[in-house]
Write a protein that binds this ligand. Sequence first.
Ligand code: F3S
Length: 81
Amino acid sequence: ALYGRVERPECIACGLCQMLAPDLFDYDQAGIAYYKPDRNTGTKALDDQATIHFRLAYKRCPTHAIKRSDHPFAADPYTPT
Ligand code: F3S
């Protein structure tokens, strides 16, 4: 399985991920991205369709702030409020 999330301190609010995968990424009030399906905890596995969109955003993020893993992520201190 594939899990994703945004390492928010590395996001420069470029907006690309939300454009490429609007079902997966959104912004907080400061314009910093978070991973929408599980509020950026990186604990909900991507299904096949979402994986295609995720990969597009993952590859294009200019600062590599989007992270992926084969396992659920540990708790994220940067989960948006
Ligand atoms: Fe931020 Fe990268 Fe998205 S810089 S807005 S996480 S494409």
